[in-house]
Design a protein around this ligand. Structure first.
Ligand code: PLP
Length: 378
């Protein structure tokens, strides 16, 4: 059962290697201009992002976590106000609420691994202010159901769309449903820069103005200090790199959906697996597959087997959904998340993958279950 090829979970050097000449030119242009902070590359990037998402404002910031923190401050989240999040998310979704003075509360995951509307409704208290779905793995949650709950209880929606750039629900882009939404440009994200990066998007002019002030020391366009602020700017160099990468973003989304479709075709029918929705499963959802995350019987043994086959896999969040992180004490009743995290696994899905890599991964998984049928069923 030796490894006949290696398929790393993610290939960081590939980010540069895949377009070495073009990216070198972009970076040289920036450093030759000495254009480091809030220069025209930032303006261009923000304009492109807003156009791509069909939203009024895109404000670039230092990273996806501080994007949310600024979002909560811009909407004036009050001390003790609660925000309902999905436990199946990165700790940042919760910590942004905490650092803004609020209280994160976990609800359960539902269909497609995203926030379950019924569980949200149960988590509402008199202190609840907002619902923050995570547009997980490149899939947008059921926003109609969440909006109906928000309307019924007088709550607002905000979105952690860190993983969702280009994902759509009923034609509308992730990040643009609520008061604000945030995107991350961490290197392994679908649009990854060469360090940290993030953005807040909003259709609310007042929130946008607040965000622009906050990210740059409370300075207005004339350089006057008109409010409290901090330093939360995206580097101009990163904006220039992403302007280059944006040119091929449609192809990137297409390719990621193609890989997910291939996994689905090759793995469908294996009873030991629970697969994420296929790209063509429901016309209401346009998923961009930031990750290909499934649930598998005998997950740990499968993971070891794939490792020996030279295949890298990952358990999301290091295996810790938010309500399992004991020192943080975020409350939540999330039985589906509890069960899912005994079985969940992410397969490689990135732009360095070939179809043959995908076939090798799928064949190795099938091989594992044909060899281990009894062990896994027990
Ligand atoms: C990556 C990620 C973040 C954090 O983004 P950073 O840019 O690394 O701060 C937040 N939420 C989710 C769901 C993420 O995947």
């Amino acid at each position: 059962m030796g490894a006949t090829r290696t398929v790393p979970f993610f290939n960081y050097p590939f980010l540069f290697k895949s377009d070495e000449q073009g990216l070198t030119e972009v970076m040289l242009d920036v450093v030759h201009r000495g254009a480091y902070i809030l220069q025209r590359d930032i303006d261009e990037f923000e304009a492109r992002l807003a156009r791509f998402l069909d939203v009024r404002h895109a404000i670039s910031v230092a990273d996806g976590t501080n994007a949310m923190l600024l979002g909560y401050r811009a909407m004036d989240l009050k001390p003790g106000e609660e925000v309902i999040i999905c436990s199946h998310t990165y700790v940042a979704t919760a910590s942004a609420v905490h650092y803004a003075g609020g209280v994160p509360v976990c609800a359960d995951m539902g269909h497609g691994w995203t926030l379950d509307p019924a569980s949200v409704e149960k988590a509402i208290t008199p202190r609840t202010r907002a619902i923050c779905p995570t547009q997980l793995n490149g899939r947008t949650a059921d926003m109609d159901a969440l909006q109906a709950i928000a309307d019924r209880h007088g709550l607002v929606i905000v979105e952690d769309a860190a993983q969702g750039l280009g994902s759509r629900y009923k034609g509308r882009a992730a990040g643009t449903f609520g008061v604000w939404g945030t995107i991350s440009f961490y290197p392994a994200k679908v649009l990854g820069c060469f360090g940290d990066g993030g953005a807040v998007v909003t259709n609310d002019d007042g929130i946008a103005e607040q965000l622009r002030l906050q990210r740059d020391h409370g300075r207005d366009a004339e350089g006057k200090f008109v409010a409290w602020g901090t330093n939360c700017r995206l580097d101009n160099l990163q904006a220039a790199i992403m302007n280059r990468k944006f040119d091929t973003y449609d192809q990137v989304m297409r390719r990621r959906r193609e890989i997910a479709g291939l996994y689905d075709e090759l793995l469908r029918g294996l009873n030991a697996l629970e697969l994420p929705p296929a790209p063509d499963a429901d016309p209401d959802y346009f998923d961009i597959y930031q990750n290909y995350e499934l649930a598998a019987d005998g997950r740990d043994a499968l993971r070891d087997y794939l490792k020996q086959k030279g295949i890298g896999t990952l358990i999301q969040w290091g295996g810790q959904p938010v309500h399992h992180i004991e020192p943080l004490g975020v409350r939540g009743d999330c039985p589906r998340v509890d069960r899912f995290f005994e079985r969940c696994l992410m397969l490689p899905l990135n732009m360095s993958l070939t179809d043959d890599d995908v076939r090798y991964v799928a064949a190795s998984i099938r091989e594992f279950y044909s060899v281990n049928k009894r062990a896994v069923a027990g």
